[in-house]
Design a binder for this molecule. Structure first.
Ligand code: ADP
Ligand code: MG
Length: 346
């Protein structure tokens, strides 16, 4: 280690990962893809691959136990990993679960956490096959690795989008972020006066999006039925804008996305307006929706158009044409990722 000291913020999360891993080259023939996508891709046979993805949730960074019930946390920790396997168009099969726990947690609390993990295993039909348990001084840490499987020629990488492909997203966006805003507001009210009951009425939908997101495994199965293999895919964990830019960068394409096409639920919009936030900004930059963002070849459009789970939000262009967000007045604005962590600084 040199004496030089560089702040992590100078690199950012993705810059840091690139910086730390740039020396590593692939040494095994079976490693078809290492770092850089939602999951690594490992060859199993001539036509099948294994998918591996890890995500860690840290107390105080990813969740706050004041409003996150442990059962929900367990469920969510599994769902976000399953979501990464889905983003490769794969089927999840196993998970390992590692936890760091402080002594403030009674066994009953951990039982609740594992009830949530169990519910997710039942729902996604996956097996818990191992993990690790350690003490922690800095709150609860949960790290899950998901293992899945797919057909080699049906795996969807971030890098496969082509000019003229249609950009599609499942479900609706910005709900999980607005759910978090409501929970944060009620937490502050509670801290100021513990006798006041939280006012969560009418916010069930967005709170559930935040506390109990679902991986879109249903949609992966649906794509198979429609016989559509997206040309690229990623899950929306950090925010739509950030994920679109990941696809553009990996695929070396540009894009046009249209404000008027963004799927925003009425409850998300209403709550955003209550909070003096622009619903479009929440949809573009709020994270944790865990919907699937993907591109399809135009020839597949007829098979999927009219599907209630999918919105067509734009199309891919030549890389030199740039990456643009077209607002409701028709003006083209350069697409930027505000990112999840910087959202509050606007
Ligand atoms: P996602 O949001 O889909 O979970 P990430 O943005 O967390 O993906 O990670 C991007 C890529 O970087 C993935 O391939 C992931 O495996 C890899 N990665 C993240 N952190 C590390 C690390 N500390 N060391 C090696 N690879 C990492
Ligand atoms: Mg992902």
């Amino acid at each position: 280690m040199s004496n030089k000291s560089t702040n992590i913020e100078e690199l950012g999360e993705f810059g840091l990962i690139d910086h730390l891993t740039k020396k590593f080259s692939i040494q095994q023939k079976s490693t078809l893809l290492g770092i850089g996508d939602d999951a690594a891709v490992i060859e199993l046979s001539h036509d099948e691959v294994q998918l591996v993805s890890t995500d860690m949730l840290v107390e105080g960074i990813h969740f706050n136990l004041m409003y996150m019930p442990l059962k929900h946390l367990g469920y969510k920790a599994v769902a976000v990993n399953v979501s990464d396997i889905c983003a490769m168009n794969g089927i999840p099969e196993q998970i390992t679960v590692s936890i760091g726990v402080s002594s403030k947690f009674p066994v009953e609390a951990l039982e609740e956490l594992y009830e949530g993990i169990h519910a997710a295993c039942e729902n996604y039909k996956i097996d818990l096959i191992g993990g690790d348990t350690t003490a922690s001084f800095s709150g609860l840490i949960i790290s899950i690795t998901a293992i899945g499987r797919g057909k080699k020629d049906q795996i969807t990488y971030r890098s496969g989008a082509k000019e003229y492909d249609l950009l599609c997203v499942t479900g609706d966006l910005g709900g999980a972020y607005m759910g978090l805003q409501v929970l944060e507001r009620e937490k502050e009210v509670f801290k100021a006066n513990p006798n006041i009951q939280p006012d969560l009425d009418g916010h069930d939908y967005i709170i559930e999006k935040q506390l109990k997101p679902e991986a879109r495994l249903d949609f992966i199965q649906y794509l198979k039925e429609l016989e559509i293999v997206p040309t690229s895919m990623i899950d929306v964990s950090d925010g739509l804008a950030s994920e679109i830019l990941h696809i553009c960068k990996a695929s070396k394409v540009g894009c046009h996305i249209y404000d008027e096409k963004l799927p925003i639920d009425a409850k998300t919009s209403m709550t955003a307006i209550d909070f003096n936030l622009d619903p479009t900004t929440c949809a573009l930059n709020g994270g944790e929706d865990y919907e699937l963002l993907f591109t399809i070849d135009q020839k597949d459009f007829d098979k999927i158009k009219g599907n209630p789970h999918v919105s067509f939000i734009g199309h891919m262009t030549n890389e030199q044409d740039g990456k643009y967000f077209i607002d409701k007045s028709g003006s083209a604005i350069t697409l930027k990722a505000q990112g999840w962590n910087h959202f509050d600084e606007q």
